[in-house]
Design a protein around this ligand. Structure first.
Ligand code: ADP
Ligand code: MG
Ligand code: MG
Ligand code: MG
Ligand code: MG
Length: 443
């Protein structure tokens, strides 16, 4: 820690840092921050920065409103842009603590830490690589985001058809400057839709990285006069934005999902991890796909999963095992979208997978064919069930699942369910343009 502190202090001098952004994520997955001038660095480093937890949606009650930010010094980052007058800004991600110096149970980072501790107790390190997708839209004269862009390209297209290429370059450079190892950046299926993949890491770093990634993508798009959105389905009729999660467990530095002697070179742990994921998939969905709009993406016809099944090659099921073996052996969960709170999402998928390993849950047989081509009868015959079709259904599943509720803990479960039921209620009461179109003249 002393070493980290001296590195930070040296960077403050060298890089001309004038502001420190203390960043945290609320239960709903929104990024929150407090910006302090660098003169407050001693207070920051001695965990004395206070904030009012009750002012953050769904975070804490009035009675426990005094919260403390404990900066995780390993997340210190000089942001890849400048403040006013050319000064630099640094960012540190924080854990939230209560006044009695206990980690706050409503802090999403704490929820993930707990799940990781359980994995560690079993000898496992959990590694995750996400594939976040997003749209880049234009702004109107007033600067408001509009659902348009001058991009007519599709999957893997190249410039000049791909107008987003330049934007992606700017974003990739900023990400690299911020220490990301960008593995690939490509145009996605939708016009204006992109995917940038960065290297997998331990789950806590990956959840932090996802929050940093969204921050950087939004900021760079904004600087270019554009607007980046991670909304799961911004435009009807074209591909939604997902965030596949690639997962593996390591033991003593080795990927234990890989077993050269086993069937398909997949270890029992990998197979049982899949069994756990599939078993709990309905309840997990509430967390990995947490907004009303998430369910507009989980429909047939767009490569987003709908059915609860797994496959070695096909991209239609919920879980895919990519062909790569050795260190890259991984399980890909294809349902999550970038609206999720990554800390909570990684905690629940890990706990589901660990449950599979502990209880040796065998997944159903893997599916080779395209499930979208099967009719209902064939799916029933193969016992292929579907993911929840609405936020409400997903919340009902969550409320029934001790595994997922246990992963979130009592505090987060209560706050999450009540906020999501409010969200559903507000949606339920709204009269949508689809209804006007269908019914106004017909009735
Ligand atoms: P896809 O074939 O689904 O498009 P991508 O190549 O876009 O996959 O993304 C693969 C992701 O998986 C990257 O983030 C990569 O770092 C990650 N990954 C590779 N090996 C592992 C592993 N052993 N555990 C977890 N993630 C991994
Ligand atoms: Mg990909
Ligand atoms: Mg790729
Ligand atoms: Mg993709
Ligand atoms: Mg993928």
């Amino acid at each position: 820690r002393d070493e980290q502190i001296s590195t930070i202090k040296a960077a403050i001098e060298e890089k001309n840092i004038r502001f420190i952004v203390l960043q945290l994520t609320d239960i709903m997955g929104a990024s929150k921050s407090i910006i302090l001038p660098v003169s407050q660095i001693e207070k920051i480093l001695s965990n004395e920065t206070m904030f009012d937890g009750s002012s953050i949606d769904g975070f804490a009650r009035i009675e426990e409103s005094d919260m403390y930010l404990y900066p995780d010094l390993s997340t210190f980052l000089v942001l890849p842009w400048k403040a006013c007058n050319g000064y630099s800004i640094a960012r540190i991600i924080c854990d939230v603590y209560s006044p009695n110096e206990e980690p706050f149970e409503g802090c999403p980072r704490q929820v993930l830490r707990k799940a990781l501790e359980e994995a560690k107790g079993m000898g496992y390190e959990f590694y995750v690589g996400p594939e976040p997708e997003f749209y880049i839209f234009d702004r109107d004269e007033k600067g408001n985001a509009i659902l348009e862009n001058n991009d007519k390209a599709g999957y893997f297209d190249m410039a000049p058809l791909d107008k987003g290429e330049e934007v992606r370059e700017h974003i990739s450079l900023a990400l690299e400057e911020a220490g990301f190892e960008v593995e690939a950046a490509h145009h996605e299926c939708g016009p204006g839709q992109h995917e940038i993949d960065f290297k997998y890491a331990d789950a806590l770093s990956t959840a932090d990285n996802i929050m940093t990634f969204k921050y950087i993508v939004r900021k760079i798009a904004d600087d270019l006069g554009l607007f980046a959105s991670f909304m799961p389905k911004p435009v009807e009729g074209i591909a939604g934005s997902g965030m596949h999660l690639n997962m593996s467990l390591f033991k003593d530095g080795k990927n234990i999902f890989f077993d050269p002697d086993a069937k398909n070179s997949l270890s029992d742990e990998a197979v049982h991890f899949i069994g756990g994921l599939l078993k709990h998939s309905k309840a997990i969905t509430a967390v990995t796909n947490p907004i009303v709009n998430s369910y507009k993406r989980l429909v047939p016809g767009y490569e987003a999963p709908v059915y609860i099944a797994w496959s070695h090659k096909n991209r239609s099921p919920l879980v895919r095992v990519p062909a790569k073996r050795g260190t890259s052996t991984r399980v890909e969960l294809r349902s999550p979208d970038p609206a999720c709170n990554p800390y909570l999402a990684l905690a629940v998928v890990l706990k589901a997978g660990l449950d599979g390993i502990k209880n040796k849950i065998e997944p159903p047989k893997s599916i080779a064919g395209n499930i979208y081509d099967m009719d209902l009868e064939e799916r029933l015959e193969k016992s292929i069930d579907s993911l929840p079709i609405s936020l409400y259904e997903a919340i009902e599943e969550l409320a029934k699942s001790d595994t997922v509720k246990g992963a979130l803990g009592k505090h987060v479960t209560e706050k999450f369910i009540s906020a999501k039921l409010d969200e559903w209620d507000s949606y339920r009461k709204a009269v949508h343009s689809w209804e006007i179109e269908e019914y106004l003249k017909a009735h």
